[in-house]
Design a protein around this ligand. Sequence first.
Ligand SMILES: CC(C)(COP(=O)(O)OP(=O)(O)OC[C@H]1O[C@@H](n2cnc3c(N)ncnc32)[C@H](O)[C@@H]1OP(=O)(O)O)[C@@H](O)C(=O)NCCC(=O)NCCS
Length: 334
Amino acid sequence: MARRKRSALLPLRIAGTGAFLPAKTLTNEDLARFLDTSDEWIRTRTGIRLRHVLAEGEVPAQMGVAAAGRALAMAGKSAAEVDLLLAATNVPEEPIPGTAPHLAAGLGLKKAPFLDVTAGCAGFLYALALAGAWLRAGLARTALVVGTEAPSRFVDWSDRATCVLFGDGAGAVVLERSAGGSGILGLALRGDPAKLHLLRIEAGGVRLPASGATVQAKKHYLQMEGKGLFRAAVGMMAEATRAAAAQAGLSLQDIDWVIPHQANLRIIEALTKRLGLPEGRVVVNIDRVANTSTASIPIALDELVRAGKVEGGQILALTAFGAGASYGTVILRW
Ligand SMILES: CC(C)(COP(=O)(O)OP(=O)(O)OC[C@H]1O[C@@H](n2cnc3c(N)ncnc32)[C@H](O)[C@@H]1OP(=O)(O)O)[C@@H](O)C(=O)NCCC(=O)NCCS
């Protein structure tokens, strides 16, 4: 078959996957106790029933370390073998030095290079591609890519239009070089800065440093134009998926599993319809985890892998969109 012949653009093997969700949960009914909302509104508009949130004192790096530990265990590797660590995250553990050093410390890494990758909710895909290029260049043998995010710490819990959508979590993959045919076959990563205004946190950076006035104006919280994002999301992910499949020399029918960013069930359903994909091949877990941003794709991937559903040689399409607007699709052969 043609799909087995083409060699990978970025050869790699996903040797292990892992995920972590905080123990504390909030149901829609829990939210309705302090917000003017309802389980019915949230479920019918978004598909979400439940989200996990960090407890007081817990931090994103702890989630990342737990997810990475599970991925390393599946890969049969120790943290000492990791020679590249990428942390996909949007709001870091602290502004300087970000999340990756805290993750590295938690994992006990000594000298491996680490960096944060910030590309909205598509950040995990950017990090995956970057790690693939790093491996391909011979700069590392074992890369750890972690998506970890705690939106519960940067949403306004009095803003029903945003806070109900998000949840905290982390997902990780261990990558190694591959001599076989597995790896990234097609890659369409894109940016559209004309959509930059759709999703942002305005204050707390250099443009608008933290002050009493910015806190009063609630500018440290996530602001979103929900309708604009909804409209843009389906088109962006559909275009990128078609482009990545074409680059891989595949048709959409060759794809065994599509793992879309879990932002809204209605967006996923519209994408499924737009691309003409069979529903059973599109992975959905948003009902139980909500939108975990950079962690959303690796958490869904880990669930799929641990359910024994992914077989060697299968084709996966991972697609996401988010702040920036950054978006894109990665097509890989398992
Ligand atoms: C946010 C989203 C669910 C809103 O759904 P929608 O159908 O567009 O709803 P609207 O924004 O038109 O709001 C409709 C009404 O519901 C109200 N509403 C908003 N949130 C509500 C909530 N949690 N509970 C009850 N009512 C709510 C609004 O105030 C509005 O009321 P009004 O008509 O009296 O003004 C949807 O736009 C969306 O998912 N967008 C994409 C967001 C996203 O993916 N963000 C992350 C990107 S990584």
